[in-house]
Design a protein around this ligand. Structure first.
Ligand code: KIV
Length: 286
C-alpha cells in the first residue's frame, strides 16, 4: 500500500489485526490537518471541541452543524491519507433518526468526511443503527461524553464503580451490535477499557482510557499547549507551540515599533523607467 493512499475502514481493521496501534488526533483547520496528514496520522477527528479550542466557548454545546460541516470540509481538503471523522454536534442527532441521517449525510456530502461520530451508549443505539442503515459509517463514543455532561455528573472520568463500569461494557457491546465500525472510550479506567477491548470485534479507540486500546486520540490543541482553560490528566504536551507563537508575536511587535521591520527586502520596487514617467506626469500636472 502506498503511503499516500486514503485509508479505509478495512485498512483500520487490518492495522488492529496485525497489532499496529491506530494514531488519532483532532484537527479543525486546513493547515493543521495538512501537517498531521504529512506526519502520517491515521485518523483525524473534526471534533465539536472546536467550539472550545477555536471559538472560545466554555463547552462544546454551541457547535452548530454549519460550523462543523465547514471545518470538516477544510480538514478533508487538506488530507490525502488520513481517515476523517466528523463529530456530530449537540442536538444534530438526538431528536430523531431522520434528523440524525440528514445531518450525518451533510458531513459526508458537504464535509467530505469518511465517517461520523456521535456520543452515547445504549440510549443512542437506535440512532447509530439508522445512520449505518443509510450507508454512513458511525463511530460510537462512550464514557465521558461532554454533550451529556449534566447527565453524567460533570466532565469527569466515568465507570469508576462496578455498576457504571458494567454499564459501559454493555454500552460498547450494544453499539457494536447496532453497527458502529469503531468505539471511542473517553476517560474510563484502563482496566475497564481492557475488558471492552477483549470483548470487541471492532477497533476500540482511547482518549484517556489506557494503553490496551487499539488506538489513541488526543486533542491537537492540548498536545501543542494551545488550550489554556484546563489540561485533563490524560494529556501529554509534545510541544510548547504557545511559547513559540508568543515569542514570534512579541518580536514582530518590537520590530514594527522600533522600525526594524520592514526593510527594503520586504518592499516592492517600481521599475526605473516607470518611476521617471511618473515624475514627468506629476510635473506636467503641476
Ligand atoms: O470533540 C472532540 O474533540 C471529542 C473528543 C474529546 C473525543 O469528542
Amino acid at each position: 500500500m502506498s503511503e499516500r493512499k486514503k485509508l479505509t475502514i478495512p485498512d483500520l481493521y487490518a492495522m488492529v489485526e496485525r497489532g499496529e496501534k491506530i494514531t488519532f488526533l483532532t484537527a479543525y483547520d486546513y493547515p493543521t490537518a495538512r501537517l498531521e496528514d504529512r506526519a502520517g496520522i491515521d485518523m483525524i477527528l473534526v471534533g465539536d471541541s472546536g467550539a472550545m479550542c477555536l471559538l472560545g466557548h466554555e463547552t462544546t454545546l454551541p457547535a452548530t452543524m454549519d460550523f462543523m460541516v465547514e471545518i470538516t470540509a477544510a480538514v478533508s481538503r487538506a488530507v490525502e491519507r488520513a481517515f476523517v471523522v466528523g463529530d456530530m454536534p449537540y442536538m444534530s442527532y438526538q431528536p430523531s433518526n431522520e434528523l440524525a441521517i440528514k445531518n450525518a449525510g451533510r458531513f459526508i456530502s458537504e464535509g467530505g468526511a469518511d465517517a461520523v461520530k456521535l456520543e452515547g451508549g445504549a440510549r443512542m443505539a437506535e440512532r447509530v443503527e439508522a445512520i449505518v442503515k443509510a450507508g454512513i459509517p458511525v463511530m460510537g463514543h462512550i464514557g465521558l461524553t461532554p454533550q451529556a455532561a449534566t447527565l453524567i455528573g460533570g466532565l469527569k472520568a466515568q465507570g469508576r464503580t462496578a455498576e457504571t463500569a458494567a454499564r459501559l461494557i454493555e454500552d460498547a457491546k450494544v453499539l457494536e451490535e447496532a453497527g458502529a465500525f469503531a468505539i471511542l472510550l473517553e476517560a474510563i479506567p484502563a482496566r475497564v477499557a481492557e475488558i471492552i477491548v477483549r470483548n470487541a470485534t471492532v477497533p476500540i479507540l482511547s482518549i484517556g482510557s489506557g494503553a490496551a486500546c487499539h488506538g489513541q486520540l488526543l486533542i491537537v490543541h492540548d498536545i501543542l499547549n494551545l488550550f489554556e482553560a484546563f489540561t485533563p490528566k490524560f494529556v501529554k504536551v509534545y510541544a510548547d507551540v504557545a511559547a513559540v507563537m508568543l515569542q514570534a508575536f512579541r518580536e514582530y511587535i518590537e520590530e514594527v515599533k522600533s522600525g526594524k521591520f520592514p526593510t527594503p527586502d520586504h518592499e516592492y520596487r517600481i521599475p526605473k523607467e516607470e518611476w521617471k514617467r511618473l515624475q514627468e506626469m506629476l510635473d506636467e500636472g503641476r
